[in-house]
Design a protein around this ligand. Structure first.
Ligand SMILES: *Cc1c(COP(=O)(O)O)cnc(C)c1O
Length: 430
């Protein structure tokens, strides 16, 4: 494949020739898949640049604002660009939205009123939303405000259960939530195309229902987003895909004018809405991150497939399988025991540019109901668009692996993880 011998370079990281050769052989077999991802990258790159040109983006937009942040033209351009990229009427994109959970919490609380019901049609939502909704008791949950909740499981094969969804929609159903990515679950990730199909299905049953899609980890993986198919709100985190590794903080809500407006009043206050919110100098990084995002997501996708192919070959269950179509950047690898999960995460950490000398250990994280191990040697704290791996310490000890701002870094981290497992004799290669 290449004329340059990198054995010595990898040896600096403690990687044996045997492990490197094993991995490189697998990589050669993936080149056709990678070409397909490159085409998606190009499509999305053009989409993003087009949105920036249509917003007439210029240097003046990068100037910081402070205090109230009235008339922040950079913030307005950023939100216009997001709305264009996501093909929605409007968008709310700000550093005051602190993370994905916060963005989702705003979207829900802004659009539900006492007596309304929230219906999740993709099974149990992401762990941190359990307290937002009140599935696990928490102060200030939607439940405390008189919003009820019900849930329809996905079918055995991972598809939407249309009959059960039809039965679950009632007079009180106001918001329907769909989570694209698998999160910390063993299910498959939902494609934007299947999400589009189910949006039409639920709107046929109840046209006034609001559909919110948790799009975390899904942005720019495919040509289309859930918002292209009529989702009323598409929501995500800027320290994941759309921040491109450069956004230092933030979340987005892209959707209809009415829904986004309600979100603005929930984010700040009734009356003030979107008029306040200083950008404090982060606008350039948020916009430049979006510019980089199609490329970064492409690197992350290649890393995910590479990891899948390696661990599949070694006999582990991987979701999705190496050859499967992808709708997010997450790769689940089921280790079956804590040692495998912990060693894998420690290998990823050891390949990081930041905090490579730190050895991650399982700990109790706020918002999660079991101990979690996290490997993240990142420039932006906790950013999971950067190469990272995590997993809850519970059966079947699955590592959730994602990110990589460059494919070369993802490759190094994955090889480091394999070297750790080989050195500890958890796996053998020949
Ligand atoms: C990460 C994630 C969230 C929460 O985002 P944070 O930024 O960690 O708060 C919600 N849903 C899904 C599917 C996620 O992957």
């Amino acid at each position: 494949m290449s004329n340059i011998d990198l054995t010595e370079q990898y040896k600096n990281f403690g990687i044996s020739k045997k492990v490197l050769t094993f991995c490189n052989k697998i990589l050669e077999e993936l080149q056709d898949r990678f070409k397909d991802y490159d085409e998606i990258k190009e499509y999305n790159q053009l989409k993003v640049i087009n949105a920036m040109q249509e917003a007439r983006l210029s240097e003046a937009h990068f100037a910081p604002t402070t205090g109230y942040g009235y008339n922040d033209i950079g913030r307005e351009a950023l939100e216009k660009i997001y709305a264009n990229v996501f093909n929605t009427e409007d968008a709310l994109v700000r550093p005051q939205i602190t993370c994905g959970t916060h963005a989702l919490g705003i979207a829900l609380a802004a659009n539900l009123r006492p007596g309304d019901e929230l219906l999740s049609i993709s099974g149990k939502p992401y762990d941190t939303l359990e307290e937002v909704i009140g599935i696990r008791p928490a102060q200030g949950s939607l439940k405390e405000y008189g919003v009820s909740y019900s849930q329809v499981e996905l079918k055995e094969n991972g598809d939407f259960d249309k009959d059960a969804i039809k039965n679950a929609i009632n007079d009180k159903t106001r918001v329907i939530a769909i989570q694209r990515s698998k999160g910390y679950m063993e299910r498959k990730t939902l494609s934007p195309y299947d999400i589009g199909d189910i949006i039409h299905f639920v709107k046929d049953i109840k046209p006034e229902v609001i559909v919110m899609v948790d799009n975390c980890y899904g942005e720019f993986v495919n040509l289309k987003e859930p918002s292209d198919f009529g989702a009323d709100m598409t929501v995500g985190s800027l320290i994941k895909n759309p921040g491109g590794g450069l956004a230092p903080v933030g979340g987005y809500i892209a959707g209809t004018k009415e829904c986004v407006e309600r979100c603005s009043y929930r984010l700040t206050t009734p009356g003030l809405g979107r008029e306040v919110g200083p950008t404090l100098g982060v606008t350039k990084d948020m916009i430049m991150g979006l510019f980089m995002a199609p490329s970064v997501v492409n690197s992350a996708l290649k890393g995910a497939v590479f990891a899948a192919a390696i661990y599949e070959k070694l006999g582990f269950k991987v979701v999705p399988a190496a050859s499967e179509e992808r709708f997010d950047i997450i790769q689940a690898i089921q280790f079956g025991n804590p040692e495998g999960l912990i060693s894998f995460c420690q290998g990823i950490q050891a390949g990081a540019p930041v905090d490579s000398f730190v050895v991650p250990e399982p700990w109790a994280m706020p918002g999660y109901d079991s101990d979690v191990i996290m490997a993240a040697g990142t420039f932006v704290s906790g950013a999971s668009i950067e190469l990272s791996a995590d997993g809850p310490l519970r059966e079947p000890y699955t590592a959730y692996f994602q990110g990589g701002l460059t494919f070369e870094h993802a490759k190094l981290g994955i090889i480091m993880s394999l070297q750790k497992l080989v050195s500890k004799k958890i796996v053998t290669i020949d």
